[in-house]
Design a protein around this ligand. Structure first.
Ligand SMILES: *Cc1c(COP(=O)(O)O)cnc(C)c1O
Length: 227
């Protein structure tokens, strides 16, 4: 299957999930996760009409950014070490893994007062010990603290669910993230509009869309998995 064919299939399944839940498919952005594939495959992805690319490794992400450029939006979806911020911040439009104050401080230091980066706060809604992300009970206080950081805009919340066969069992976790997002929205904090939900991967994006995802991060079932 080509990326284009996979893209059409993903779009059709998202459309069906939207129909089941009365959502507008245009509110859902597909981030193609190209971490498993070559620069050429990432280029094919852009040619297929996909405008958001996601990477979790800095070197490989920058290689692709250098080849493809700024005609698409770049999403950093992996764990981000503070010491690596300097190297990558010019290339990425979105960071999906903001999960600690020390990282916010480093982003602010590197961006200064002139530039902004769109961030998702990563939340561990499934409570797995191995997963990164902050505890749901700390979300409001963490985001409130971020108002001091002029270069950070909190566009939404992100979560990464575990791989399970029974994807229906993930529904409560996605719903929980949506409810947390609504709590942040209600605060109407200028630095944190928080209208977006980054949730759903190859295995579980249909359920995530049914529960309100606005950014789905899809790798293997969209661009394939070469490495
Ligand atoms: C790899 C990855 C994805 C995509 O995974 P697939 O299951 O291949 O769709 C999405 N989000 C994050 C944070 C990832 O690391």
């Amino acid at each position: 299957m080509t990326v284009k064919q996979n893209f059409q299939k993903v779009q059709a399944l998202i459309q069906a999930a939207c129909q089941r839940t009365n959502r507008n498919p245009e509110s859902i952005h597909i981030v193609a996760v190209t971490k498993y594939v070559s620069i050429e495959k990432a280029q094919e992805t852009v040619e297929a009409g996909i405008v958001h690319l996601g990477e979790n490794r800095i070197e490989e992400g920058l290689d692709k950014w250098n080849a493809i450029g700024d005609n698409v939006s770049w999403h950093f979806i992996g764990n981000l070490q503070s010491k690596k911020v300097k190297k990558m911040i010019h290339a990425f439009d979105y960071i999906h893994s903001l999960d600690r104050l020390s990282l916010a401080k480093e982003l602010q230091r590197r961006l200064g007062d002139e530039r902004k980066v769109k961030c998702f706060v990563q939340v561990n809604v499934t409570g797995e010990e191995t997963k990164s992300g902050i505890d749901p009970k700390d979300v409001l206080s963490f985001i409130e603290e971020l108002k001091a950081f002029s270069s950070i805009e909190i566009v939404g919340l992100m979560t990464m669910a575990p791989y399970v066969e029974d994807t229906e069992s993930l529904r409560p976790a996605f719903k929980h993230l949506r409810e947390l997002k609504e709590k942040v929205e209600e605060k109407k904090w200028p630095h944190a509009p928080c209208h977006e939900l980054s949730m759903g991967m190859s295995n579980d994006y249909e359920i995530a869309v049914e529960e309100g995802a606005t950014f789905v991060r899809i790798g293997s079932s969209l661009v394939g998995k070469d490495k």
